[in-house]
Design a protein around this ligand. Structure first.
Ligand SMILES: Cc1ncc(COP(=O)(O)O)c(C=O)c1O
Length: 375
């Protein structure tokens, strides 16, 4: 099996599974005052330290959530905007867990602007500059795009926000960058950021929110756990596994993955005619590669590769079951043919040169076969 769908989810690492098992055995509630409770609390504290260390923030700035979706919703729907600030900004290429909460905020009376991108998928900074005003309460921009891997210039965006409007918060959906490429929210002037454990070899249903200040209304009110920002008994096995996965990712192999991604793309472009690369050739995540095979329906190619034990994706996992064109590729100005033929290959640190060679050889065969039939 060659699994190239790591942007959808990754295989849990051995360390994460062991940490979860330990927390299942010590099943106590971390809020309990007895010894068993204190041991469970220790696991949560140690995991929080590891999760914070991976993005260079203080432990006190990390809140555990059920994943990237919850972290995004918590910030966007819970932002404590001052009365006169009624304006929100995001982009046209966000994950649905950002896009949908913005739609909800719009329906509840907020003015919302969606910033466009260029053909590489990089957001238009001039447009952002023009849209920022004194009423802007929150700007939300993803770090790495989950479909194309394009990396947004978070430092420049942060500076623009501070230059143009006082008191606007900056949220970054860092689900596809956290633990993979450097993301240091404090240094970048980011107020809130979202992370997800299952994208970094942790387990599903656990994530984190980085919050510099607690200027958000909790959507889950209750027992006051995690300073009241996220009530509810903590998912200790998930949290322990997240901590172990975060430690595991302290020494990831991004430069080798970048080399293999480069080889993958080069081999495709040299051996398969009529392809178009979707993304930036300058600022990209080494873990995501998106290519359109013209004249081919990506879903047919996906299943042809699957029959050879190679697993890829046609769009983001969350939207690939909806028969609608990828809004990200639409925003990048891709044609219908390019969008229909777009395949995402996404990697983790276990990728080898052998995998790359085998996958590209299979691609060459299957693309030629499908094109032959469609002629
Ligand atoms: C960029 C991005 N944001 C948010 C999410 C949602 O994360 P989760 O699956 O942890 O809810 C995903 C998942 O695909 C994603 O790629």
């Amino acid at each position: 099996m060659i699994y190239l769908d790591n942007a959808a989810t990754t295989k849990p690492c051995k360390e994460a599974i062991e940490a979860a098992e330990e927390a299942f055995i010590n099943f106590a509630n971390p809020s309990s005052l007895h010894r068993l409770g204190l041991e469970a609390e220790k696991m949560v504290l140690s995991a929080r330290k590891a999760v914070a260390a991976l993005c260079g923030c203080a432990d006190s700035e990390i809140y555990f959530t059920s994943g990237g979706t919850e972290s995004n919703n918590t910030v966007i729907r819970g932002i404590k905007a001052p009365k006169k600030k009624n304006h929100l900004i995001t982009t046209k290429i966000e994950h649905p867990s950002v896009k949908e909460p913005f739609e909800i905020m719009k329906e509840s009376g907020f003015r919302v602007d969606y910033i466009g991108v260029d053909e590489d998928g990089t957001i238009n900074l001039d447009e952002l500059y023009d849209k920022l005003d004194s009423e802007t309460a929150l700007v939300s921009v993803m770090h790495v795009n989950n479909e194309t891997g394009t990396v947004q210039p978070i430092d420049k965006i942060s500076k623009l926000i501070k230059q143009r409007t006082a008191g606007a918060f900056f949220h970054v959906d860092a689900v596809q960058s956290y633990g993979k490429i450097p993301f240091l929210p404090e240094k970048l002037g980011v107020d809130f950021a979202s992370f997800s454990a299952h994208k970094i070899n942790g387990i599903k249903g656990i994530g984190a929110l980085y919050a510099k200040s607690a200027k958000i209304l909790p959507w889950a009110a209750g027992g006051g756990q995690q300073k009241g920002i996220r009530s509810g008994t903590e998912n200790v096995p998930g949290i322990a596994a997240f901590g172990a996965a975060a430690k595991f990712h302290l020494n990831n192999n991004a430069s080798e993955i970048a080399r293999l991604r480069g080889l993958f793309l080069k081999n495709i472009e040299e051996n398969i005619p009529n392809v178009r690369y979707n993304g930036s050739r300058v600022d990209f995540s080494p873990y995501i590669l998106n290519v359109s095979f013209l004249g081919i329906k990506a879903e047919i190619l996906l299943h042809a590769l699957e029959s050879r034990g190679i697993y890829v994706s046609t769009g983001s996992a969350c939207s690939s079951n909806k028969p609608m064109p990828s809004p990200t590729l639409v925003a990048m100005g891709r044609t219908k043919e390019e969008i229909n033929g777009a395949v995402r290959f996404s990697f983790d640190d276990t990728l080898t040169e052998n995998d790359v060679n085998e996958a590209v050889a299979a691609l060459c065969d299957e693309v030629a076969k499908i094109r032959q039939v469609m002629r």
